[in-house]
Design a protein around this ligand. Structure first.
Ligand code: FAD
Length: 435
């Protein structure tokens, strides 16, 4: 191991130029300290994919000029879609005063823009550089080994995403279990802006964000998404890795089935497939958050499993956790104390923020839902569609008999014990959230 000198020593090294890493590095640079941001991709965003929605509160906190970024469209309406085999019921929230709450952006462009801002503010950026391992000396992280050379720092911020080999090297994280991770697969389908706006009923340059359950996804713990870019549509599913493994289902076959459902098929008709990608999403929630700090190092974003799957929030958790880690590093530099006792300030910041508060609120939701997949993501979406099928149909047949038949089926197709279990699960979810 070569010793640190001025050339290869920074105050802080950040590994990974995703939303978490770039936010951490820009925070340190704004505090006037030397920070190096290391990214294995040829450019930031080259290796990254996600659904498509970024939450403005976090973007504006890190980048007050975020509206100058390559934003595809601002989200005008947010919908939840329940599918049966053929039908669909859509619930849409729309409020002109909330149009700047969130926006759709393409990571290859957004991440690149974010890094450009960081560099303007003094971050030393090292793309195309793989961090192979951390250097630990006398129980403290003191630097990184890259494929080029060794670099040293007082604090290393680990922002290397869901698989975080570096957090594993430190023993902060164990190998992720399939039940604590979701595989996201996504297609981007080209359509003209005019067709998108007409088909989705959108104002010019505005976006629709849809989350979909049921129908072809009913047999697994899975959800679909449809987000509108400027001149393309992002269509994807997030599906439990555990279900893929045990039920021997191929994710792209599931996505194909979703594309064939009349609701989705109508939205993407005539579109041209531009790209296909896949990425893991941490699903463990509050109970699976690893230890977030050790002597000389902090873990942020997906590497720290900070994702709220109930609300599809990951980028905002990544950005704000990165900011907290950057602030904690600045504080440690000020005090010249890089021990766990000092760096635990990062955890306190997370605890006092929406990040750990929200994850705690939803700590049991995914686990309870996973146990009742067939009900909540299959049976009830189907029944809701059946109900609206009756409710909206005028065919000269009296309604009473149809409702009686519907009610009879509702209680005979599902045993009383299953219905009780569902009700109990629903109550546990509500009580867990309100507690
Ligand atoms: C399918 C899918 C849909 C999603 N949809 C949404 C959504 O709509 N809205 C939302 O808010 N969130 C969404 N998320 C979650 C969101 O993408 C993540 O929570 C967020 O990207 C986490 O940011 P991060 O910086 O922690 O990690 P990442 O974005 O994964 O960035 C990690 C970076 O580290 C780099 N890296 C890794 N290892 C090394 C190494 N050894 N050396 C150097 N560099 C390294 C990688 O190349 C990468 O650039 C989605 C995720 C997926 C997979």
């Amino acid at each position: 191991m070569s010793e640190a000198n001025n050339h290869n020593k920074a105050d802080v090294i950040v590994v990974g130029a995703g939303p978490a890493g770039v936010s951490a590095s820009i925070t340190v640079a704004r505090g006037g300290k030397k920070v190096v941001l290391v990214e294995r991709g040829s450019f930031a965003g080259a290796k990254n994919m996600y659904g498509g929605v970024i939450h403005s509160h976090a973007a504006s906190e890190i980048f007050p000029n975020y509206q100058e970024a390559p934003i595809e469209r601002f989200v005008e309406e947010h919908s939840y879609v329940l599918l049966s085999d053929d039908a669909s019921t859509k619930i849409t929230y729309k409020n002109p005063h909330h149009n700047d709450n969130a926006f759709v952006a393409i990571r290859a462009k957004w991440d690149k823009w974010c890094v450009e801002q960081a560099v303007k503010e003094g971050v030393y950026y090292a793309p195309d550089t793989l961090v192979k391992e951390l250097i630990v000396k006398d129980g403290k992280v003191v630097g990184i080994v890259t494929d080029v050379e060794e670099y040293f720092a007082d604090v290393v911020i680990i922002a290397d995403g869901v698989n975080s080999l570096l957090a594993k090297q430190l023993g902060l994280r164990k190998k992720i279990k399939p039940k604590h991770v979701v595989l996201g697969v996504k297609e981007v389908i080209k359509l003209s802006p005019e067709i998108i706006e007409k088909r989705f009923g959108l104002k010019k340059d505005m976006a629709s964000a849809m989350e979909i359950v049921g129908g072809p996804l009913k047999d697994v713990f899975a959800m679909g998404i449809v987000y509108t870019n400027k001149d393309s549509v992002a269509l994807g599913i997030g599906v439990s890795l555990d279900d893929l493994k045990t039920k021997k289902i191929k994710p792209y076959e599931l996505l194909d089935k979703l594309k064939e459902h009349p609701f989705v098929a109508d939205l993407i008709e005539g579109g041209e497939l531009l790209e296909y990608s896949a990425h893991l999403i941490p699903e463990g929630g509050y109970k699976k958050i690893p230890k977030l700090y050790t002597n000389g190092a902090l873990v942020v974003g997906d590497a720290a499993m900070l994702v709220n799957n109930v609300h599809f929030e990951g980028t905002n958790f990544a950005m704000i956790s990165g900011k907290f880690a950057g602030e904690t590093a600045l504080d440690a530099i000020e005090r010249q104390d890089f021990s766990e006792n000092q760096l635990c300030l990062y955890k306190k910041k997370l605890e006092n923020s929406f990040i750990l508060k929200d994850l705690r609120t939803y700590k049991d939701v995914v686990r309870i839902l996973t146990g009742r997949t067939a009900s909540f993501l299959g049976y009830y979406p189907e029944k809701i569609n059946e109900f609206f099928g009756i409710f909206t149909c005028a065919d000269g047949v009296a309604k009473k008999g149809k409702f009686q038949k519907f009610t009879k089926h509702f209680f005979t197709k599902r045993s009383l014990s299953e219905l009780f279990k569902d009700a109990f699960a629903g109550i546990r979810i509500i009580l867990g959230i309100l507690k």
